[in-house]
Design a protein around this ligand. Structure first.
Ligand SMILES: [Fe+2]
Length: 459
């Protein structure tokens, strides 16, 4: 009897497999909407007093330490930190061996208020003239409260320089955020491309808004003190709150996070470009003007002309609002920027565009909609070999939770989509090939859920 039952079950399995196979054939190149069932922590922020936000020991000890690239080509870093009680020292001591700090750089200090919240003393220090491919140790603060960290400079700009980027978006400060951060830190990524929406402090009220910018800085320090995070801004950085008398957009963000915008001749820290190893990275701001003749538009037009694919074959663009998104959340919000910039992205053969905003993961095929105009009927995106791949990684794990409702049926341009928390990595091997992975938190550290080989658009 048992044998008969087993045979019947094998037959049933065979039939099911056969039909799954058939349906795959029928769909051809159709995209995948993953139905993975995930476990997740509640989408609430970690309590203020939690160990994840631990304040370092010692009077006025530097906290919220973070670094970013400080120049165009990767020979400088900007080191930033906050001293809570008094201004303290602006100095960074640094050198190439541990505890042996041969050099000193002097930074600047500022503070600000937001409603009745009074910020700590925020320090930014440019450390330049570094050697490529070198580990540097650095020390900030003084006496018993001093703290020491390290970072590695990238290889010299070279078309075949290998480098591994992480991509994180919409991170926030929940246990899901911490899980994403810890998974990223196990990935071997060397620099984070952050696609906007940092702290979600604006989901809190009154003085807690400022405090939640502080806790976020302490949460991410475990990574940001040791490797550059390349910042772009999202709607949760705007902090436009007329009810509290706060009407200067990006006030919290701009005091705390510096970018090397002058090195790429940008007039605003909110949009800029850097070159790192074999990549040219363009950071756009979805929430500053970008229509024709605005500063961001003019800057991008000029910056794209600077891109030299012979030196930096990989052209990557970061923005917050995705241009191609088939989730119900934020559907069509990227349309205005698509109408203005998409033809440039195709003309300059951008390799990949990373965005956030939608709290899910999605990847597109290479498609464009540049033939569309309001009098022609060509209004549907079509396959386009010169177009970028569009990736949405707004799935860092913030307190707004996941965006689980996708538009059905899945549009033809959408290759893979899933509402789970995670991060991506882009591992550039040489001028022609890069390995891309999306890593779902639930799968532990080595499991890539969506992966493909990215072929360079120029070489
Ligand atoms: Fe957003």
């Amino acid at each position: 009897m048992a044998q008969v039952a087993r045979k019947q079950s094998m037959l049933l399995q065979f039939i099911v497999t056969f039909f799954v196979f058939l349906s795959c054939l029928n769909n051809g190149n159709a995209g995948i909407t993953s139905t993975f069932i995930r476990s997740e922590w509640p989408a609430t922020d970690i309590p203020l007093e939690n160990e994840a936000f631990r304040v370092p020991n010692g009077h006025n000890a530097p906290q919220q330490v973070h670094i970013t690239q400080g120049d165009y080509d990767g020979r400088a870093v900007i080191i930033s930190w906050v001293t809570p009680d008094e201004p303290g020292s602006n100095k960074v001591q640094y050198g190439k061996s541990e505890k042996n700090y041969e050099f000193t750089a002097e930074g600047t200090m500022n503070n600000y208020t937001f409603y009745k919240y009074q910020s700590g003393y925020i320090h930014h220090c440019l450390v330049g003239d570094l050697e490529y491919n070198t580990k540097y140790y650095y020390k900030i603060g003084s006496g018993d409260s001093a703290r020491e960290f390290w970072f590695k400079t990238p290889p010299q700009i070279d078309p075949d320089a290998a480098y591994k980027f992480g991509i994180i978006g919409d991170l926030g400060q929940t246990y899901n955020s911490l899980s994403t951060l810890e998974h990223y830190m196990q990935s071997g990524g060397q620099t984070v491309l952050f696609v906007g929406d940092l702290s979600y402090a604006d989901r809190h009220q009154y003085n807690e808004i400022g405090l939640r910018w502080d806790t976020w800085g302490r949460l991410v320090e475990r990574s940001t003190a040791y490797q550059p995070w390349i910042w772009s801004t999202g709607n949760h950085e705007i902090d436009y709150m007329p009810d509290l008398g706060e009407v200067t957009p990006f006030k919290n963000y701009l005091h705390r996070y510096a970018t090397p915008h002058l090195a790429s001749k940008s007039s605003s820290p909110l949009w800029y470009a850097i070159r790192r190893a074999s990549a040219h990275i363009i950071v756009l701001n979805s929430y500053s003007s970008f229509v024709k003749y605005t500063p961001q538009w003019s800057w991008l037009r000029d910056e794209l002309k600077q891109v030299d694919r012979e030196k930096t074959p990989w052209l990557i663009v970061l923005m917050h609002i995705p241009i191609y998104n088939s989730n119900n959340a934020h559907y069509m919000e990227g349309e205005s920027m698509r109408a203005v910039f998409e033809s440039w992205f195709v003309q300059y053969k951008v390799d990949v565009i990373f965005a956030g905003h939608v709290h899910a993961y999605e990847r597109s095929y290479r498609i464009s909609n540049i033939r569309y105009n309001i009098t022609s009927g060509d209004r549907y995106p079509v396959p386009d070999k010169s177009a970028p791949v569009y990736v949405t990684v707004g799935d860092g794990g913030n307190q707004e939770g996941l965006a689980g409702r996708f538009i059905d049926p899945q549009p033809e341009y959408s290759a893979f989509r899933e509402a789970s928390y995670g991060h991506s990595t882009l591992e550039i091997k040489n001028r022609t090939h890069a390995f891309y992975h999306w890593n779902r938190n639930d799968d532990g550290k080595k499991m890539a859920t969506d992966a493909f080989v990215l072929h360079n658009q120029y070489w």
